[in-house]
Design a protein around this ligand. Sequence first.
Ligand code: SF4
Length: 528
Amino acid sequence: MQATSNRLVLSPSDLNDYVECPHLTTLALEVARGTRRRPHVPEDHVDLLRRKGEEHEAAYLKELRAQGRQITNVIGPDPWDFATSACSTEEAMRAGVEMIYQATFVQGDWRGRADFLERVEQPTALGPWGYEALDAKLARAEKPTYVLQLCFYTEAIASIQGAEPSAMHVLLGIGERRTLRHTDFAAYYRRVRAGFLAALGRAAATEPYRVEHCALCEFRQVCDERWQQEDHLLLVAGIRRGQVNHLRSAGIGTLAQLAQAPATPVPHVAPRTFETLHDQAGLQLRRRTTGVLDWHALPIEPGCGSQQLPRPSPGDVIFDIEGDPFWEPARGLHFLFGLLMRDAGARDSAVWRYQTIWAHDRAEERGAFEALIDLFDERLARHPDMHVYHYGAYEPTALEQLMGVYATREDAMDALLRREVFVDLHSVVRQGLRAGVPGYSLKDVEALPAFRRQARLTSGTRAVLAYEEWMATRAGARLEEIAAYNEEDCRATLALRDWLVDHRPDGAAWAEPPEARPVDDDRQKADV
Ligand code: SF4
């Protein structure tokens, strides 16, 4: 969005932003009108996404050229000169060229650029041919925002060729081409566009609320600061948007107010949910005001929370994966399997040693997966009571995916799953306790065992960026940084595991292996 002296210049991506978050439109409008400064935040992650998107588009262009397709690029020496590119686009359409690259449209206050226009043999005002829009997208599935952009291009094409293209296309990162019918989405597009224009005209107050797009948004620091200043209810770990609205309707507008509210439920919030949120807010407020991280165990339920913890074994392994989702558009690469283990029988058998298994291409990824499963398998044979601890569902899900992709180690993997060797500490924490933490990610709950990090990299996203940098430069220091980060994740998981074992509630049973559990009567009958 840009403001000139007397009008706003809009693009389909402004429409996308509006769908992602109406408050983003408000902030972008303030920047365009000069009443707010554009925030200067390092956007490495956004830059990476942009670069990967351009690579995907360039790869498709190369493929088309290799097929001998006739492609006309309408971008002139100044890529920001939309008016000239739009004229060139129209000329190319009238000439009936086979494909138009970076097709540009200027329609009133709107301007936009489609990756490709494809000629189709359908009579229009241009002649016995017409055009349909195609966008190359990095994602592995369609998103509503892609549809909005394609609808804009389709209507712009229609205004030039005097007939509406029936189809529009998106080339996904997985290499699949999806064809969409414009008529299926035209009403949705018009509704969103009308809502967006009305929002610009009204300039009504909007409020930030955490959404998926925040992770990529240039205004996230602005919104974070506002939430902190307002002591917004979304700071309560695990709260949902609907619950925030109901609490506000009942006059509870901040985390502190929720913590100090009487323990009487509010309308439209289930009593048990209110009790949970009230308790969570109280724990967080206590930490904020006293600095003390309080926690308490949740009522014991069979097979849940602390009862998912098995007895520690000398064969136990702590496991954490680093993956690069952008390694290839079709599928990311699991490039590092990090492990912490003790060497039973060694002189320093009490020491947890960190071990890495790296994979820098598909063949190595397969080899790393096989080596890892063989290691677990062999360790399980020596220590039948061993377990593999991880935090969150990512690790076993990734291993199942690799087993499926490479069709290898199925029996060993199946045995690991059947014997319930993997222990998800996130599930143990979420079902077993409540603490004065702002969330329940590993980085939040590692405060319970007072784990301190020192590695230069501080997040999985930073590890992905470092890996991308390593791919470009082959600088070994980047891999060392990633390993240091991964080792800290493993050691934080170990510290948490030990803390959970030490703080098991009285009366909590250890998790037993499946073969040692009694088969319930219903199941027994069903098996007969
Ligand atoms: S940070 Fe999130 S809430 Fe704030 S404007 Fe961006 S997307 Fe909206």
